[in-house]
Design a binder for this molecule. Structure first.
Ligand SMILES: NC(=O)c1ccc[n+]([C@@H]2O[C@H](COP(=O)([O-])OP(=O)(O)OC[C@H]3O[C@@H](n4cnc5c(N)ncnc54)[C@H](OP(=O)(O)O)[C@@H]3O)[C@@H](O)[C@H]2O)c1
Length: 284
């Protein structure tokens, strides 16, 4: 039995789907099983990761776990995060943790904190360290649908955006094959592409010209604060994008090495999600 946390999220949902397609028994964790829309045969259970005791009853019979830590505040990782890792390690023998590339260079980040806790837990582990998710560009969907332009800062910031299916495919390999134990995988898409180019590709794929319009960072900060709340996380995202102008994200071949298939391009991702960017049909 494989326990999947964050099972309704960008990567977690793909992990659940791919494991189900392999016929692996899956227990999917969500705060709301009734609205989770998970594949038939998946055991959907209710737990709140901020309250690790709520997960404990669902760990009986689980051999391994895919772990998403959905909170950004560093203090939470040291508190409930530590208790969650302790509860997991008492039940499962292997934890595959969805970390981030940033864990390597930022020891104070919640990703690095969670990695250290898992390393010390006694469980076997694999850390997935992706660069930016291609799915982050869904945050532009309303602007693209609304007025065919994206008003955003740092158009020249260049990322090696990765498709959620590729991260999930590596997660499935790590959950089912002991050869990945003890590995920290830097996972990227196959190419570097600037934010302004991403918008152009989305326009191409949906058959509509979409413009990039540069937004001043301070204005972006106000908008992101309203959307995300956490000022530390907003400032860190803005600093990351600013840094990516001069220093693009790296590109690795790790997805291909592990899955045997090249990582999907941003154009492939956009084609898979074209419906999210097309104008909604007019209400009758
Ligand atoms: N976005 C990127 O570019 C990027 C890059 C590298 C690493 N990462 C990391 O990847 C991880 C996933 O990020 P994401 O933005 O893609 O998340 P996401 O897919 O939006 O998923 C969030 C998931 O967490 C679950 N969740 C949220 N609060 C919960 C709680 N209190 N208890 C139980 N489950 C809870 C949600 O499930 P329910 O709502 O069903 O409960 C949902 O399935 C994060 O740790 C992020 O830092 C992201």
């Amino acid at each position: 039995m494989i326990l999947v946390t964050g099972a309704t999220g960008t990567v977690g949902r793909q992990v659940v789907t791919q494991l189900s397609e392999l016929g692996a028994p899956v227990r999917a964790v969500t705060r709301d099983p009734r609205s989770a829309r998970l594949p038939a045969g998946v055991d959907a259970v209710r737990a709140d990761l901020a309250d690790p005791a709520s997960l404990e009853p669902h760990l009986a019979g689980a051999d391994s776990a895919f772990l998403v830590w959905p909170f950004t505040a560093p203090g939470l990782a040291a508190g409930p995060g530590a208790r969650l890792v302790e509860v997991l390690a008492r039940h499962v023998s292997r934890v595959v943790y969805l970390s981030a590339e940033a864990a390597a260079g930022r020891p104070d980040s919640f990703w690095a904190t969670m990695e250290r806790l898992i390393e010390a837990s006694g469980a076997q582990w694999t850390f997935l360290r992706p660069t930016g998710f291609a799915a982050n560009t869904l945050m532009w969907a309303d602007q693209i649908r609304g007025h065919g332009a994206v008003l955003w800062p740092y158009g020249a910031a260049a990322r090696s955006l990765i498709h959620e299916r590729d991260i999930a495919a590596v997660a499935v390999a790590a959950l089912t094959d002991a050869r990945h134990v003890g590995q920290k995988y830097l996972l990227t898409g196959p190419e570097v592409i600037t934010q302004a180019e991403q918008v152009e590709v989305i326009g191409d794929v949906i058959g509509r010209a979409v413009r990039w319009e540069e937004l001043a960072p301070e204005e972006a900060r106000q908008q992101l604060l309203a959307a995300w709340g956490d000022p530390g996380f907003v400032d860190s995202a803005l600093a990351t994008w600013a840094g990516l102008v001069a220093h693009p994200e790296p590109v690795t071949g790790t997805v291909r090495e592990i899955t045997g298939t090249p990582a999907r391009t941003f154009r492939q991702w956009a084609a898979d999600h074209a419906g999210d960017f097309r104008p909604l049909p007019e209400a009758e």
